[in-house]
Design a protein. Structure first.
Length: 231
């Protein structure tokens, strides 16, 4: 079984190898690596759109900032650490949410897309290591399910079927919304006119501290997003 797995990995790497000729240089910071594009930044966080095409590698890069990520398009991948053989092929499911405290334990590696679909991640890095500046509130209402809570942030998955409304929530800390499965919503904020929004896969939105809102799915498809608030 182990021999068959080793052959599978070598065959996968061999199929990708022509695309890796330029990937043998020294590791670079995350934001400088191939297919990692910085798309948003402020004093609290940075956002990178990571989209590695089929049969391509990210090149070796180093994660050194605490990181939150949301997978918006899945693919078959192999990871590799410098000086070691490639790892075992894997495929995370759509909507996977992870947090890693890389500031405490930096990691250098590369990702190789051995599949036929693009690997698409929205990666949020936190440049400061301090916490306690903000206090996210609970979202124990219809539509939201808490998926992560640690010393840096709290995150929820928002899922709405056509015609369904989420419960009223209060934005008690600044944060982000990342779209996993898009659609059409109306967002209602007290004291403001209702606002229609067409959300697309991989979109992301900065959300300021303050305000209460209700989100309703007025489209014809399943809607899924991940929202986080900073601490």
């Amino acid at each position: 079984m182990q021999r068959q797995l080793k052959i599978l990995i070598l065959c996968a790497i061999g199929a990708v190898q022509p695309a890796l000729a330029d990937d043998d240089g020294p590791p670079v910071p995350l934001e400088k690596s191939a297919y990692h594009v910085p798309v948003f930044s402020n004093a609290l966080l940075n956002v990178l759109r990571v989209s590695v095409p089929p049969k391509r590698s990210s090149g070796y890069h180093t994660h050194s900032l605490d990181q939150f990520r949301v997978l918006v398009e899945e693919a078959d991948l192999i990871g590799q650490v410098p000086g070691r053989p490639p790892g075992v092929p894997y495929r995370d499911p759509l909507g996977t949410v992870t947090y890693t405290a890389y500031s405490k334990n930096p990691v250098t590696h590369r990702l190789i897309n051995i599949g036929s679909t693009a690997f698409h991640n929205i990666v949020i890095t936190l440049p400061e290591t301090q916490s306690g500046r903000f206090a996210p509130g609970p979202r124990e209402v219809i539509g939201y399910t808490q998926v992560l809570d640690n010393e840096r942030l709290r995150a929820w998955r928002l899922v709405l079927e056509p015609g369904q409304s989420a419960g009223l929530i209060s934005q008690q800390a600044p944060g982000m919304r990342v779209i996993v499965q898009g659609g059409e919503i109306v967002e209602s904020v007290a004291g403001e006119a209702d606002r229609g929004m067409l959300l697309r896969l991989g979109d992301f939105y900065w959300q300021e501290l303050g305000g209460k809102r209700v989100v309703r799915n007025i489209g014809t498809s399943h809607l899924e997003a991940v929202e986080l608030e900073l601490k």
